[in-house]
Design a protein around this ligand. Structure first.
Ligand code: FAD
Length: 389
């Protein structure tokens, strides 16, 4: 035993690092322990896309320049399920930074702020008086579970994992691209919808490329998952043969995250905080981690209610919006209509980016404009062609 920690964070990805950084930032001298089963730098299967909103979070954590040596990727091209393309310059550029680099920088920043970082795989956790006992020897006033998609802590506190219906799976690799390629490409697919391939150039002559789809659709393909994912990626980006292929699950948001139990707060993927429309999770991980770290030091007597409130305040309406949109998006025609509308109206394009990568919601007039287009497109498809005279 090494005394009582003010906060023990399980997992050193963006969610865990943000929790540790925030706690140490708000209360210098707080005893914060960050545990991860891996040593850093370590790889994590991801598209490496960091939205502008994620950079806002880094600034709040006191790390505004963390990605300054990476080139911004200002352009975004989206191809709809039926093949319509919209290309525009994003209102604020995204960055593409390999997770091997990004996560190690965050953990290093936490260490520099006085957080103790240990390599340790958490296997057991129990409430013990006013504390949490981790693996029988580590005593904590509060725990942030940021141990990712297959969170052991989530299971240990009795909360269910994401259902297959709300789980996606994606494979990512790296491919050579022209060094001046600075456009992120998202190519949606009708086959196995919802499914899409991406190419996110890093700025060093390589791009992160990948393909993802919903788990039930992958199972329905009736072939080994690996063959389907690797095959579709090669087929969709034939000019970008990928190396270092690696796949991982994405627990998608259901609109109402379970924030934890007792003195344990869930953050990031452990709380199934992944945007169901885009697969974006780094911004949510940084945000939820920051709020959990904040609650651990500002509401130390009972952090969970404070965390639940602040998470709801920051993301509640947005998560409910993405849940409704994800249901509508089961029909590829809806996404075609949304992208078709965005192709003609830059403010709709910017709004879709806010909803897909940030904490945006959709104002009723935009819903109406998309619905009108969806209806018109479906009627046009249904009506028989008039005979030509
Ligand atoms: C293929 C793919 C592409 C994606 N592309 C993007 C993208 O481009 N942009 C984006 O924003 N999001 C993307 N995502 C989602 C994003 O990767 C996640 O949302 C994000 O990594 C969540 O961060 P986290 O800190 O919650 O979890 P993680 O990053 O998974 O970190 C969890 C950490 O916990 C540690 N851990 C696990 N179990 C234990 C244990 N028992 N004890 C101790 N430590 C443990 C792990 O070693 C790991 O370091 C993608 C996901 C996938 C799978």
């Amino acid at each position: 035993m090494d005394g009582v920690w003010d906060l023990v964070v399980v997992g050193g990805g963006p969610a865990g690092a943000a929790a540790a950084l925030r706690a140490a930032q708000l209360r210098p001298g707080a005893r914060v322990l960050l545990l991860d089963k891996a040593d850093f730098p370590r790889d994590k299967a991801c598209g490496d896309g960091i939205a502008a909103h994620g950079r806002d979070e880094l600034a709040l954590l006191g790390l505004p320049g963390l990605l300054d040596d990476y080139r911004p990727t200002p352009h975004l091209s989206v191809v709809s399920p039926s093949g319509a393309r919209v290309s525009a310059t994003a209102a604020r550029p995204n960055h593409v930074v390999p997770r091997r680099v990004f996560d190690a920088r965050l953990v290093e920043a936490a260490r520099a702020r006085g957080v103790e970082v240990r390599r340790h795989r958490v296997r057991d956790l129990r409430a013990n008086g006013g504390h949490v006992l981790v693996d029988g020897t580590i005593r904590a006033r509060a725990v942030v579970a940021a141990d990712g998609a297959h969170s052991a802590v989530r299971r240990l506190i009795g909360l269910p994992a994401a259902t297959a219906r709300h789980t996606a799976i994606a494979v990512r690799g790296y491919a050579d691209v022209p060094p001046d390629d600075d456009a992120q490409l998202i190519a949606m697919q009708k086959e196995g919808w919802p499914a899409y391939a991406w190419s996110f150039p890093i700025g060093d002559g390589t791009a992160n490329v990948g393909f993802g789809m919903l788990l039930p659709r992958l199972r329905a393909a009736g072939r080994p998952g690996r063959d389907v994912l690797h095959g579709r990626l090669a087929e969709l980006l034939p000019d970008r043969p990928a190396r270092d292929l690696r796949a991982h699950h994405l627990p998608l948001s259901t609109g109402r995250p379970a924030p934890g139990a007792g003195r344990v707060m869930l953050a990031g993927d452990a709380a199934s905080l992944i945007n169901p429309l885009t697969g974006e999770g780094i911004y949510y991980a940084l945000l939820s981690g920051r709020l959990a770290g904040e609650a651990a030091v500002r509401a130390a007597a009972d952090p969970l209610p404070a965390y639940r409130r602040s998470l709801r305040g920051a993301l509640g309406r947005h998560l409910r919006t993405t849940d409704v949109l994800a249901r509508l998006a089961q029909s590829p025609g809806f996404i075609d209509a949304a992208i078709g509308t965005a192709a003609h109206r830059k403010e709709v394009f910017d709004l879709l980016v806010e909803v897909g990568l940030g904490a945006g919601t959709v104002p009723p007039p935009v819903v109406l404009a998309v619905a009108r287009r969806w209806l018109r497109d479906s009627l046009t498809r249904r009506l028989p062609d008039r005979p030509s005279r």
